[in-house]
Design a protein around this ligand. Structure first.
Ligand code: CA
Length: 400
């Protein structure tokens, strides 16, 4: 979690791995190469405090996994639109299974909610997206995945640190069957080993911070602990679906513009049913699918969920799924389903062309970050399009 996203359950909308280091040597991987790397790594691990006996037992027979490397190299290649993502992430099935999971674990979740101040439906929503409520926790050996990625080199230092943290988990006897998804996230809520070090708790008091066994108690409490650490406010919604009035100024639709609810109300913003806005303090307006899709008024809990995954689609999915399990409504607005997601090549082309047209997208990396969105907005304004900042194929075509 916090880094590798979507876990085994849904497939990520975005992954928060650090960028590959420019110009770094990327090895053609092989088992022999990995074995040599492990030999070399051993002294660094021991220096970091891993007992030699633990290291030797855990790393014996660690396998090079070319599929992990392939997955890492292609992770930005495909992306989904938010509506395609939400169709799967907040399907009726996932809502129903979530309600069953809450019913099965009601006592546990209520104790965690009381201890950590995070609503049980929110914890369950993270569980639902990260591992389909514990059903798909991932079956790749975590040490093998991390060793492969550390050895392979693009983000070697990052994964070596994670591997050392993973070895500490092993050394402490916290895990029996250490498997996870491709980038080393594992357990019911897909923690990276470094997140385990910082945030895992022993909720059942058996002396182990065990995020991997069938009993989800430690994992769910650790997730609540994570959200609490980042400032979760109990009782504050992540956001609420809203309607914007005709002629709304789209310069306001960004997380960077924060206003008291009374100001949004005065500007004509209402809930999706046309009611007055509930006041949960200053918030922002977000249009994650452009002006033809749903609009949300979001509060700081939105940014707390972003600590799991910064993709709007992921945060809206967690929020909407938790709302549904708490008896709230589904998202009412439609989405511009005629638009498809841009490919990585198209996202890069969009940035390239924006830059050439004098609108700085903040680099050509295929990531639709705040600078790219601002550049799209500026371009849309200059061409008399609705300046919603949504990087659509239409915008790309206008730039071509
Ligand atoms: Ca425990």
């Amino acid at each position: 979690m916090a880094f590798a996203i979507g876990g085994a359950g849904v497939g990520s909308a975005q992954t928060l791995l650090p960028d590959p280091v420019e110009g770094r040597e990327v090895k053609m991987g092989s088992q022999a190469g990995l074995d040599a790397w492990v030999k070399d790594f051993r002294s660094r691990a021991l220096e970091a405090g891993i007992p030699a006996a633990t290291f030797d037992a855990a790393m014996r027979g660690v396998e090079f996994n070319p599929k992990v490397v392939e997955r890492d190299r292609n992770q930005n290649e495909f992306s989904k639109t938010i509506w395609d993502y939400l169709d799967t992430a907040v399907s009726e099935d996932r809502v129903a299974l979530g309600l069953q999971a809450i019913a099965r674990n009601r006592n546990l979740l209520e104790r965690i909610e009381a201890d950590y101040g995070v609503e049980k439906e929110v914890i369950a929503a993270v569980w639902g997206l990260e591992s389909a409520y514990g059903t798909f926790r991932g079956d790749l050996p975590v040490l093998g995945s991390l060793a492969t990625l550390a050895y392979e080199g693009r983000r070697g230092a990052f994964f070596e640190t994670e591997l050392i943290a993973a070895l500490r988990i092993v050394a402490g006897g916290h895990v029996a069957r250490f498997t996870g998804s491709w980038a080393g996230a594992s357990g019911h809520t897909q923690f990276m080993p470094s997140s385990w070090e910082k945030f895992a708790v022993d909720f059942d008091g058996d002396g182990k911070k065990d995020l991997w066994s069938d009993d989800p108690g430690d994992a769910l409490a650790s997730t609540a602990n994570y959200l609490r650490y980042w400032g979760w406010v109990k009782g504050q919604p992540w956001g609420v679906e809203v309607t914007l009035p005709e002629g709304f100024d789209y310069d306001q639709t960004t997380e960077r513009v924060v206003k008291p609810v009374a100001d949004w109300q005065a500007l004509g913003v209402r809930t999706a049913t046309g009611a007055d806005l509930p006041d949960h303090g200053p918030g922002s307006i977000l249009l994650p699918g452009g002006h033809r899709g749903a609009a949300f008024l979001i509060w700081p809990n939105f940014q707390v969920i972003e600590k799991y995954n910064t993709a709007d689609a992921y945060v809206v999915a967690i929020g909407s799924l938790s709302d549904r399990m708490a008896g709230g409504p589904a998202i009412r607005s439609g989405w511009p389903r005629d638009l498809r997601a841009l490919t990585l090549a198209e996202r890069r082309e969009l940035q390239e062309l924006l830059g050439r047209a004098g609108f700085d997208p903040g680099g050509v990396d295929g990531r639709m970050g705040p600078k790219t969105v601002a550049a799209v907005k500026a371009f849309q304004k200059a061409r008399g399009l609705v300046p919603d900042g949504y990087p659509s194929l239409e915008v790309l075509d206008r730039l071509r």
